[in-house]
Design a protein around this ligand. Structure first.
Ligand code: DQA
Length: 147
C-alpha cells in the first residue's frame, strides 16, 4: 500500500510558526514520524509540501490512475477557502482523508469549517502528528474492506 501525504501552505514552517498551537517539531520531524508509522503498518508513504494551491491540485490529479492507494491531506488555510481543492478531491478515485494538527473546531470561527473535508472520507484534527497516523490507519481500514 502506498499513501501520498500532502501538506499545504505554511506547514514548511512547523517548529517555527505559532509553536503554542502547532508544536516545536519541524516538517522534517513530521516526515520522519510518517515514515516510522508507515514502516510499522507496512505502508509506503510519500510526503510532499507546497505553499501553492495549484501545485497541491496537480499532485492530487497525479493520483488518478497512478500508484497511490489513498491521500492524507492537510490543506492548511486552503481548507477553509478552496473550492478548487474540494473539486480536485471529488475528482479522485482513491480515498482522501483530511487532517489538522490543531483542533480547528475550537479556534477562530473562520477555521471551524473545512470545505475540503466536505469531499473527504473522514477528518482527524487536534492530535498533532497523531492526526496523520489516524488518517493513514483509516485509509488502510477502508482498503481492507474493499478487498
Ligand atoms: C491547520 C489548521 C489551519 O486552520 C491552518 O491554516 C493551518 C494548519 C492545522 O494543521 O491545524 O495552516 O491545517
Amino acid at each position: 500500500m502506498h499513501i501520498l501525504v500532502l501538506n499545504g501552505p505554511n506547514l514548511n514552517l512547523l517548529g517555527i510558526r505559532e509553536t503554542a498551537i502547532y508544536g516545536t517539531k519541524s516538517h522534517k520531524d513530521l516526515v520522519t514520524f510518517l515514515k516510522a508509522v508507515g514502516k510499522r503498518h507496512g505502508i509506503k508513504t510519500t510526503v510532499r509540501q507546497s505553499n501553492h494551491e495549484g501545485r497541491l491540485i496537480d499532485w492530487l490529479h497525479e493520483t488518478l490512475g497512478e500508484r497511490y492507494d489513498g491521500v492524507v491531506l492537510n490543506a492548511g488555510a486552503y481548507s477553509h477557502t478552496s473550492y478548487a481543492l474540494q473539486d480536485a478531491v471529488k475528482a479522485l478515485d482513491v480515498p482522501v482523508v483530511s487532517v489538522h494538527l490543531s483542533a480547528i473546531s475550537e479556534r477562530e470561527p473562520f477555521r471551524r469549517h473545512d470545505i475540503v473535508a466536505d469531499a473527504c472520507l473522514a477528518t482527524f484534527s487536534g492530535q498533532g502528528f497523531t492526526s496523520y497516523e489516524q488518517a493513514i490507519l483509516r485509509i488502510k481500514e477502508t482498503m481492507s474492506h474493499e478487498r
